[in-house]
Design a protein around this ligand. Structure first.
Ligand SMILES: Nc1nc2c(ncn2[C@@H]2O[C@H](COP(=O)(O)O[C@H]3[C@@H](O)[C@H](n4cnc5c(=O)[nH]c(N)nc54)O[C@@H]3COP(=O)(O)O)[C@@H](O)[C@H]2O)c(=O)[nH]1
Length: 639
């Protein structure tokens, strides 16, 4: 057993030792005080009786004083129980002798009996108390009967001043001892009450913790269930609805990982406050765990009401947060289920709201969805894919498609983006949008991403060997691959194994990666740049808005997101955004690639705006190697 454990085990023993030694000390003090008070009283009685020549009484009291001193010595020697027993026996014997030899039941020594009994009750054993009580009662009865019968008659001399002194001294001593002991009792009771209060407070605290989230102070799921059931009971009477909203923050993990857990905690508290501001008084906001919250809304008229509450939540959370001195943009995905339409118990509604939330996430996040029955099928499919993706890599079910990347002015092929596909044995070809999030959530993206790098580099090297040495290949990297911190080693290995020059490899990063301004990320990107690969920013314009990272991380290419190119010709706002991105990129010496070019007009407008490169269905979608090689063969460029 280590010292810490031993100390922990011995602590209660130590506490009880301290408590018992404190109580021993108090008992010793009390016995000493009482012996002292009794001795003074007896001394006074002895003196007063000596003066009037009452030898018997003075002798008894003086002998008692000596015996009391013996009892005191015993108490000091630590034999408290014996000392108090001796004290009680001495006092009872003395009182009884005085009663018999002096004035019988009219003797003031009888007054001492009450004090003796109080002391016996508090300090002596139960047996001794009963013995003394029995003895005293027997004496009283015996003395009384003998006196009444005239068999033994106590003489009652006329009252003297000394009798007043004796009676007052006995009463004062009994009073003093009772006051001391009653004080101890009062103290013990008030300590007990304080202890009880502490227990009650801790119980309340435990009950609160059992029903609340310790971080945000919001109700937890247990309490939310209670509140939901109360609202449901009320709504059943009024024939209304109760809505359960399942809220999950989008990309919270990125913030947590990049700004640290305390910042993540702070953000969760701020979100909790905003949610409470949005709902009505009788509604409940609960933290269900992690970055998930539940909102239980009572007295809702129907889906429209619930949807407008969801919109309010989205709006409120879309305002910037300040976390650890950073401005952070946050969004969430919300799923709505309604009682009684979608079910009438908490668990069913929770499951359905959760499904609807996943649908909102799938639809591109920052959105809400109401549950509908078709979702059951889609959730089952999701669960199936999550199970099937595990062995997919070992079973060689992944393949890469390549989409051409073109120089816009000349129309020449300059490279290809590698796009993964999953050839599922039963479900056919599955697009990455469906399975990459599953791979990210399960961590499988690490192995899958490494495979993509190996395969893309090996393929590009095959093209180089065929003479297309100008071919560049770009590979998408998930932020999850960066969190491991060794992505540069994975890239180096792929380059080394394939023999592909680093300059022919481009890595596509997402903007959200740059929320993390940590030294670790900076170092990994720096190692990649020094290795000679180029970095591009994918889906530019849709994510993180702090552009400082463009220079800091020596990015080479900006890929304008398809959402700005698709309506470029029709939408002047999109044109303005694309123009601004091109100008800004060129002023930073960056190349601009426009994604999602589907028609000639868009191409011409992009050329006019000065965009350098592009990719899109206008030339070709992502395609298998064989098809891509046909396109490559048509290239007239000298090799
Ligand atoms: N971490 C990894 N992510 C990957 C990998 N492979 C792909 N992805 C990411 O999945 C997303 C969807 O990709 P995909 O379904 O392959 O779609 C790509 C193109 O087919 C599509 N595209 C291209 N041109 C057009 C167009 O003219 N119109 C149109 N409607 N769609 C077009 O765009 C996708 C390419 O997007 P991007 O990567 O942003 O350039 C996608 O986010 C991939 O990044 C992987 O190996 N790892």
């Amino acid at each position: 057993m280590d010292n810490q454990n031993r100390a922990a085990m011995e602590k209660p023993r130590l506490n009880s030792f301290i408590a018992s030694s404190a109580s021993t000390e108090l008992q010793l003090r009390r016995i000493s005080q009482i012996i002292f008070a009794v001795a003074v009283t007896l001394g006074l009685v002895a003196l007063q009786n000596l003066l009037v020549g009452n030898w018997r009484t003075s002798t008894i009291t003086l002998v008692s004083i000596v015996l009391l001193l013996v009892a005191h010595r015993m108490a000091r020697a630590g034999r408290l129980q014996l000392a108090s027993s001796i004290l009680l026996v001495i006092l009872t014997t003395m009182g009884t002798l005085l009663v018999w030899i002096d004035q019988g039941l009219r003797d003031h020594a009888l007054l001492g009996y009450c004090g003796i009994l109080i002391f016996a009750g508090l300090m002596g054993s139960a047996r001794l108390f009963l013995l003394l009580l029995g003895f005293m009662l027997a004496n009283i009865v015996l003395n009384g009967v003998l006196n009444i019968q005239g068999i033994y008659v106590n003489k009652v001399p006329p009252l003297r001043a000394g009798n007043i002194v004796d009676a007052a001294a006995v009463i004062a001593t009994v009073g003093f001892a009772s006051w001391l002991l009653a004080g101890d009792l009062r103290n013990a009771l008030s300590k007990l009450e304080a202890e009880n209060q502490r227990v009650r407070d801790s119980q309340q605290q435990i009950e609160h913790l059992a029903r609340h989230d310790p971080l945000t102070g919001l109700p937890n799921r247990l309490l939310a269930r209670d509140r939901f059931e109360q609202s449901l009971a009320l709504s059943q009477r009024s024939k209304g609805h109760v809505a359960l909203l399942f809220l999950d923050l989008d990309n919270f993990k990125t913030i947590n990982d990049s700004l640290g857990h305390p910042a993540g905690d702070d953000l969760l508290c701020q979100v909790a406050n905003r949610l409470q501001e949005v709902v009505r008084g009788g509604d409940t906001v609960c933290r269900q765990g992690g970055d998930e919250f539940l909102l239980s809304l009572g007295e809702v008229n129907g889906r429209d009401d619930a949807a407008s509450a969801a919109l309010k939540v989205l709006e409120r959370l879309s305002m910037p947060f300040t976390v650890s001195g950073h401005q952070v943009l946050m969004s969430c995905s919300l799923g709505i289920a309604l009682a009684p339409d979608d079910g009438s118990d908490f668990d069913t509604l929770l499951k359905k709201a959760d499904m609807a939330m996943y649908k909102a996430k799938d639809s591109g996040r920052n959105a809400w969805r109401c549950y509908d029955e078709e979702m059951d099928a889609s959730v089952n499919e999701h669960l199936r894919l999550a199970a099937d993706i595990r062995p997919a890599l070992a079973n060689q079910q992944f393949t890469l498609h390549y989409q051409p990347q073109v120089e816009l002015v000349s129309g020449r092929l300059v490279g290809a983006e590698a796009l993964i596909r999953w050839q599922h044995p039963q479900l056919g070809l599955i697009k990455p949008e469906t399975f990459i999030p599953i791979a990210e959530n399960t961590g499988l993206i690490i192995d899958i991403g490494a495979w993509v790098l190996q395969e893309a580099c090996a393929q590009a090297m095959r093209w180089h060997r065929q003479g297309f040495t100008w071919m560049r290949v770009s590979v998408n990297l998930s932020p999850v691959q960066f969190r491991r911190g060794d992505v540069d080693l994975v890239v180096s290995k792929a380059l080394q194994d394939s023999g592909l020059p680093a300059s022919a490899l481009e890595l596509e990063l997402t903007e959200s990666l740059f929320i993390d301004e940590s030294l670790a990320l900076f170092e990994v990107l720096d190692r990649l740049r020094r290795r000679g690969v180029s970095l591009s920013i994918d889906d530019f314009g849709t994510g993180y808005s702090n552009l400082g990272y463009l220079q800091r991380f020596e990015v080479e290419i900006l890929k304008i997101d398809q959402s700005f190119t698709r309506q470029l010709v029709e939408n002047p706002q999109d044109e303005a955004i694309v123009r601004a991105i091109v100008q800004m990129a060129h002023s930073l010496n960056l190349t601009v690639l426009a994604e999602g070019i589907e028609n000639r007009q868009t191409l011409e407008r992009l050329v006019a705006l000065g965009c350098d490169l592009g990719q899109g269905f206008l030339w070709a979608p992502g395609m298998p190697v064989k098809d891509f090689e046909k396109l490559l063969g048509e290239q007239t460029r000298p090799v």
